[in-house]
Design a protein around this ligand. Structure first.
Ligand code: AMP
Length: 393
């Protein structure tokens, strides 16, 4: 019995995977979307797929439905060794993954205010799984944990210190599981141990963040108190002049929550292009001659290059810049344009290798003699499963 169920419980969705962390085999991956209404359940298995629409009032029913499918397909026959949960915010409580007990749940709950859309949903997933899998240990893996090694001068904002002391206002960083996964992979590919690698890791997806990894550990990152900081993303503005907040309030008459809505949901690629929050769609539109799509891509690559250069400050030298996430893994265009801005760091792309998305030469996409850039596919579910297994073995 070595299977792990990995759960990523969102406010109206439940993502899951059944994995053997030792062989790295994925037996099933799936998603229940639109929990609370007519939900869409998709489960993908080797040579098989379940796809149905059914009423799912809550997370409990979503997980019960999932378990029913997994049981019918005989994927839980040998039982589960452990359940691993993705939890977005661990505040300053967690610098590593942990076995969940009541103290851990209380600590996660106390971070609710820092991630009001995510942590309560993550906790709900934990509660439901504990009810359904009595006696099976549950592990929490935090998005913020990898960044708990940031030094104070990197995580403090230039704000009154009481705001940190009393309300926890500091940089926490996110996508930690992905940054950690590609750090471990990069070390393997480079034939080094984790403490031997100095990297800049760029997780570029619907949300994006860039991290400085010194001797295998995060020492700075672009996301902050919330996942809104950093470079422009699908619908998030990323870092902007904080004066814009007041200016919009005065000029547009918007309330705090209206401004938040614009910065979170209507900005980034979507706001800039006026077409889409999706980089693939924008890339196609740019090729077809859409000037706003082209400008959006230019803004993204420029911001990304500046963020990479700023992260490089934390390192004595760069073993590799790692691209990952949907955009990082698949867009040769974004990688090429970004690297072209980074001559100061001696990056020189190899166009042929770049077009192969790092599938040759151990992920490397740059010319010999230049600073190395690599493409490494992320796999957060696998790392959650491995952490969970390690904690109970
Ligand atoms: P993720 O959040 O990691 O799933 O990444 C989603 C983002 O990756 C979306 O903006 C997609 O459009 C983008 N993406 C996926 N494939 C490609 C591609 N071939 N070219 C450009 N962007 C892509």
């Amino acid at each position: 019995m070595s299977n792990v169920l990995v759960i990523n419980s969102g406010s109206s969705s439940l993502k899951f995977a059944v994995i053997d962390p030792l062989t790295e085999k994925f037996f099933a991956t799936g998603l229940v979307e639109n929990i609370g209404g007519e939900a869409h359940l998709v489960v993908k298995m080797e040579g098989d797929k379940v796809d149905e629409i059914t009423a799912v009032p809550n997370h409990q029913v979503a997980l019960e439905l999932t378990v029913k499918v997994l049981e019918e397909k005989k994927l839980l026959e040998n039982g589960l060794k452990v359940v691993g949960h993705r939890v977005v915010h661990g505040g300053e409580f967690f610098s590593d993954s942990v076995i969940i007990n009541s103290k851990v749940k209380t600590a996660i709950e106390s971070c609710n205010e820092l991630a009001p859309l995510h942590n309560p949903a993550n906790l709900e997933g934990i509660e439901v799984a504990q009810k359904l899998f009595k006696g099976v240990p549950q592990v929490a893996v935090f998005d913020t944990a990898f960044h708990q090694t940031l030094p104070d001068y990197a995580y403090m904002y230039g704000l009154p210190k009481e705001l940190y002391e009393k309300k926890g206002v500091r940089r926490y960083g996110f996508h930690g599981t992905s940054h950690r996964f590609v750090t471990l992979q990069a070390a393997k590919l480079l034939g080094k141990t984790r403490p031997e690698v100095n990297l800049v890791t760029a997780h570029l997806g619907n949300g994006s963040s860039i991290t400085a990894v010194l001797n295998g550990y995060s020492v700075d990152t672009t996301m902050g108190l919330t996942p809104m900081e950093g470079i422009p993303m699908g619908t998030r503005s990323g870092t902007i002049d904080p004066g814009i907040f007041m200016y919009l309030h005065r000029q547009m008459g918007w309330t705090v929550s209206e401004i938040n809505e614009v910065l979170n949901k209507k900005s980034g690629f979507l706001g800039l292009s006026g077409i889409s929050n999706d980089m693939r769609t924008l890339s196609e539109a740019a090729v077809a001659g859409n000037a706003q799509a082209s400008l959006t891509i230019e803004v993204f690559c420029w911001s990304l290059a500046k963020a990479i250069a700023s992260m490089a400050v934390a390192l004595p030298s760069i073993d590799a810049l790692v691209f990952t996430g949907g955009i990082g893994e698949n867009s040769a265009l974004i990688r090429e344009k970004t690297l072209a801005h980074l001559k100061i760091l001696n990056f020189e792309v190899d166009s042929g290798l770049n077009l192969m998305h790092g599938k040759k030469e151990k992920g490397i996409i740059t010319k010999e003699g230049s600073t190395r850039a690599m493409v490494i596919p992320t796999n957060e579910e696998l790392l959650i499963a491995q952490d969970a297994m390690n904690l109970v073995s």
